[in-house]
Write a protein that binds this ligand. Sequence first.
Ligand code: ADP
Ligand code: MG
Length: 348
Amino acid sequence: MEDSSDDAVTTERLVRPGADDVERAAEAALRPRRFDEFVGQRVVRDQLSLVLEAAVQRGRAPDHVLLSGPPGLGKTTLAMIIAAELGAPLRVTSGPAIQHAGDLAAVLSSLEEGEVLFLDEIHRLARPAAELLYVAMEDFRVDVIVGKGAGASAIPLALPPFTVVGATTRAGLLPAPLRDRFGFTGHLDFYAIDELERVLVRSAGLLGVELKADAGYEIASRSRGTPRIANRLLRRVRDWAQVRGDGRLDLAAANAALTVYEVDALGLDRLDRSVLVALCTRFGGGPVGLTTLAVAVGEEPETVETVAEPFLVREGLIGRTARGRVAMPTAWEHLGLTPPPLSGTLVF
Ligand SMILES: Nc1ncnc2c1ncn2[C@@H]1O[C@H](COP(=O)(O)OP(=O)(O)O)[C@@H](O)[C@H]1O
Ligand SMILES: [Mg+2]
């Protein structure tokens, strides 16, 4: 399969931070394998590499590691790097994939010594599985239940030392006892533009295309601080350069491609912009309730709240107040509109 595997066809938003199955294949090719290829996140990287190096020197499995942060920032990548740096086998599963505590017991009881168990979306583990997990993490033991009902008994099974790497976008949802079993927690933050530029240079190299510096900057600044989005936009610009341009990824190609895909200078797409436009032009900058705003753009309130708003709020374009959503001065500016004199404070 060609690695550009046209994800724009299979999904609706070019700037969404999550990935689908088709995109995962394209991503795998661009994934850093070792710490020295992993761009940015210096604090987490330094701390984590110390933890791992110390463990390797002692010849022991390191503490369990929890990685938290928004989608697309490198949690899965880091989990794989951890296993690679330890020279340890890696087992991959996720909270939603584990239906019953028994499924987890089966995984745990088949782990090899020193193995890294990557549990993605660990906040979605059902409670019985989470309880089984934290006993296993602390005592390296799992109770295997034999039989049913009154005759059932628990046979404790000792596990070899292993390391859990948990990833979550919602660390706050983890039950406290589970969170406490992680000896190291790393929080990933959005990337700066120059860091994304480095991600793009590296990716362009792997894709075998030449990326001009100004094009790299342009793509990076529209990528919402997220390497996954940066790599995706890069693939779209490459497509454009190949089909409509002369194959070179220069500023003109970047601008033209991102115009075709309606990703604007801040990385806003059509939905984001229609929310902003409605807020500013139909509601005078707000405050306006979420439901009213959603009706105005023809979307479900939930879509507006979970898909468009987080980035708009993070960029300081809109604010959430007790009386509803308000447009911030930067929103007017971004749309090229003049705010009314009392924008944001009008009540109607
Ligand atoms: N620090 C980084 N340096 C280079 N590429 C990165 C970095 N972080 C993420 N990526 C790229 O972004 C993509 C998404 O990263 P991933 O680890 O899957 O994110 P998450 O698991 O947090 O959603 C990966 O394919 C990888 O190529
Ligand atoms: Mg992931």
